[in-house]
Design a protein around this ligand. Structure first.
Ligand SMILES: CC(C)(COP(=O)(O)OP(=O)(O)OC[C@H]1O[C@@H](n2cnc3c(N)ncnc32)[C@H](O)[C@@H]1OP(=O)(O)O)[C@@H](O)C(=O)NCCC(=O)NCCS
Length: 163
């Protein structure tokens, strides 16, 4: 496996972050560069990257909230970020195709879980497509059923990891 480092995101990573997002998601679901600029400014402490040989190959990020499940407005404005919120809401977990199936997303997720524990959050919430429900369950997330989210016109499931 390549030399993979997990580290916090910085503003000079933003163009590459948007590029990695566009590689990993269909156009309707991919967040644009402007959204990443806002997110990194609002919650840099919740923005973690995987880097291989000096190049960003994946990331995980999310805001804090008191809500128990994700609603789409969370994705649309960082005004909904409540720094002392009880829960962390994951906006995205991505790894580019060439580096998949090596446990890199799992490393990112485990760092995020540790971050949530270190900041005394009650739980982590996310929305998952059906095909990844089993993957998140492997970290202890519980499937709470169909989400109200309609991001990208897709069907999503609410998942919660109680810490
Ligand atoms: C979902 C995604 C982040 C997973 O990234 P990844 O780095 O491949 O994830 P992991 O390596 O941790 O796990 C993927 C699979 O590889 C397996 N795996 C982990 N380490 C492995 C290793 N060393 N050798 C072989 N397989 C391994 C995992 O068990 C998992 O198997 P499963 O699908 O049967 O559960 C990536 O596919 C992606 O970016 N997809 C597009 C964007 C997306 O849908 N993101 C999630 C919604 S926000």
């Amino acid at each position: 496996m390549s030399n993979v480092t997990i580290r916090g995101a910085r503003s000079e990573d933003l163009n590459r972050i948007a590029e990695v997002e566009a590689i990993c998601f269909p156009a309707l679901e991919a967040a644009p560069l402007e959204a990443f600029k806002e997110r990194l400014a609002a919650f840099p402490e919740n923005f973690i990257l995987a880097e291989a040989d000096g190049i960003v190959i994946g990331f995980i990020n999310g805001c804090a909230t008191n809500r128990a499940v994700i609603h789409d407005e969370l994705f649309h404005s960082t005004q909904h970020h409540i720094p002392a919120g009880a829960n962390l809401a994951i906006f995205g977990l991505v790894v580019i195709p060439e580096y998949r199936n090596q446990g890199i997303a799992a490393e990112l997720m485990n760092h995020f879980i540790q971050l949530a524990r270190n900041t005394n959050r009650r739980s982590i919430i996310l929305t998952s497509k059906e095909k990844l429900v089993h993957y998140y369950e492997s970290f202890g997330y519980v499937n709470k059923g169909l989400s109200a989210s309609t991001t990208g016109g897709a069907q999503w499931f609410d998942m919660t990891l109680v810490l």
